[in-house]
Write a new protein. Structure first.
Lengths: 343, 190
């Protein structure tokens, strides 16, 4: 409520960032494909200044593969994430807890002004939750059975509010996009590395040995080739680090939005404390879905403290800091209501 | 000549934009109101179930039950626009809150699964009403601000825009309802 970041700004920023990331990755794919072609082109220049390699096959093939893989993971990514956790959709709530969860999700959807997302249950005793999808129209929220059983209604509402915030702020769309693009990079750099070690080795030998001696074109080929190989090796690592950093910054905002939706920051604070106390890793959630969760399912120590290392490698901000911020909000709320804050 | 034409085209584009913006906001406001309406109807439908379930166990609390039934029929009668609805529904929320407090004193009611389900449904509906009301007020405020601001107000008449009434909470007791409501509930510790 007070001092919460502007949500419309955040939505706009998410849309811009999604577009920027797509452009960045397209450029990167172009470099990955046509950069190799350029090296081959300059490498194939003979004594007479005639290039023998003229059709950019590599670029064409890479472009086709990249488009295919990106499209496939964009459309199927959310489904695969849910499938990999073994989540089952709650279509017909049976127990009291499930009915309550459905009610809480409906309440939060109304509060956020988005259509009710699909609701999934992950059969895991560790409390955790995540959201995925393409946007407010086609999103899913999944909670573990541990979360459902261990949390009170208020706390559940805080967690669902947090996930609903990810959906409304277009965080899920950005995350699905990035996951798709990172997947493409990993597939491509892996495949091309293999190609080079195998059949492509002949071409490299020809580049560096035979015709390259003439200088000029050969030197350009060598420089391009080295740069190209370096990016090929580092690409998966860099793209993963970037995806992590993007996810981390969004957690604070989702916490704040949850407090705004539920008007009860104390609920989420208590929930986070319970989730933090149950520090067993959520085994059914693989690392692929880690950046989507409310708390790091792997229980990595990098998420424990704020610092440069944690900034690089953590997908989530430190739990203690998140709880402190929420407690602060609850205190402000009580003070504004003219009551004496307790605790 | 060209200059005039450009000015006319620019104005036409601007008017179209503002007009469409106002229509969109108007529809959002109507839609937000419907969201509240759905939840209010749901509450009206749930109350007879609750009353008939608890009637047997609460012979001595006829007044409290009657107050809920009366408040419900008054709320269902409707009329009085947003303000009238808000007042009638506020009274119903108050009566229900009192009933829940009284129900706490009947252990056999509290332990009944049926009552627990009904109570969960009713409190959830109450939360939904509160959230839908907030959404409605937000959208309606946006709509009102937009149609009154200069120069959009010049187009407001064209779009048949009218200031939407907000759902104000007058009753102090009703403001406190979410808290009272939540603390009442048995925490499901499985």
């Amino acid at each position: 409520m007070n001092g919460a970041p502007n949500l419309f700004e955040q939505q706009a920023r998410n849309r811009r960032q999604t577009a920027a990331w797509v452009v960045l990755f397209v450029l990167f794919f172009a470099w990955l494909g046509f950069g190799g072609d350029a090296a081959l082109y300059f490498g194939s220049v003979d004594q007479l200044g005639q290039a023998h390699y003229t059709v950019p096959w590599m670029g064409i093939v890479v472009t086709i593969i990249a488009c295919g893989v990106a499209w496939y993971s964009w459309t199927n990514g959310p489904k695969q994430v849910l499938w990999s956790t073994g989540a089952t959709e709650i279509t017909n709530p049976q127990t009291f807890e499930e009915k309550q969860l459905v009610n809480v999700v409906e309440e939060m959807a109304i509060a956020a002004g988005v259509p009710r997302p699909h609701l999934f249950l992950v059969h895991d005793p560790d409390p955790n939750a995540f959201a995925t999808g393409h946007g407010p129209g086609s999103a899913s929220i999944a909670v573990t059975t541990g979360l459902l059983q261990g949390l009170s209604r208020e706390e559940l509402q805080g967690v669902v509010g947090h996930e609903m915030a990810h959906i409304r702020n277009f965080d899920v769309r950005l995350m699905t996009t990035i996951a798709a693009l990172v997947g493409v990079i990993v597939v491509l750099s892996d495949g091309m590395g293999r190609m080079f070690r195998g059949g492509g080795g002949r071409g490299v030998g020809a580049l560096l040995g035979g015709r390259g001696k003439k200088g000029g074109a050969g030197a350009i080929a060598l420089v391009i080739l080295v740069l190209w190989l370096v990016t090929l090796i580092l690409a998966p690592l860099i793209s993963r680090l970037m995806a992590m950093a993007i996810s981390r910054n969004r957690e604070y905002l989702a916490d704040a939005t949850s407090a705004q939706l539920t008007r009860n920051p104390g609920g989420l604070a208590a929930a986070l404390q319970k989730i933090d106390a149950a520090d067993a890793p959520t085994t059914s959630i693989r690392s692929g879905a880690a950046h989507l969760c409310i708390a790091d399912p792997l229980g990595r120590s990098a998420n424990l403290k704020e610092g440069r290392l944690a900034d690089l490698f953590g997908t989530h901000p430190p739990m203690a800091k998140r709880i402190t911020i929420l407690r602060g909000m609850a205190y402000q709320q009580l003070k504004a209501a003219g009551q004496t804050p307790v605790g | 000549m060209w200059f005039l034409l450009i000015v006319v085209v620019v104005i036409a584009i601007w008017v179209t934009g503002v007009y469409n913006g106002l229509i969109a906001l108007k529809n959002q406001t109507i839609n937000a109101w419907k969201q509240i309406d759905v939840q209010l109807k749901r509450r009206h439908d749930l109350i007879p179930n609750l009353v008939s379930t608890v009637k047997g166990s609460m012979e001595f609390e006829k007044d409290t039950l009657q107050a809920v039934v009366d408040a419900r029929s008054k709320a269902m009668a409707g009329g009085g626009g947003v303000k009238g609805t808000a007042a009638a529904e506020g009274a119903l929320t108050g009566a229900l809150g009192k009933l829940f407090v009284v129900m706490e004193q009947y252990p056999d009611l509290k332990s009944s699964q049926n009552v627990r389900d009904l109570q969960e449904e009713l409190s959830s509906t109450e939360n939904k009403i509160a959230f839908a009301r907030q959404l409605y007020n937000d959208v309606a405020t946006q709509y009102n601000t937009r149609q009154l601001q200069f120069p959009a107000n010049l187009v407001a008449g064209l779009a048949k825009a009218q200031v939407a009434e907000l759902w104000e909470i007058e009753d102090q007791a009703e403001r406190a309802v979410p808290q009272v409501d939540l603390s009442l509930k048995p925490k499901p510790q499985a």
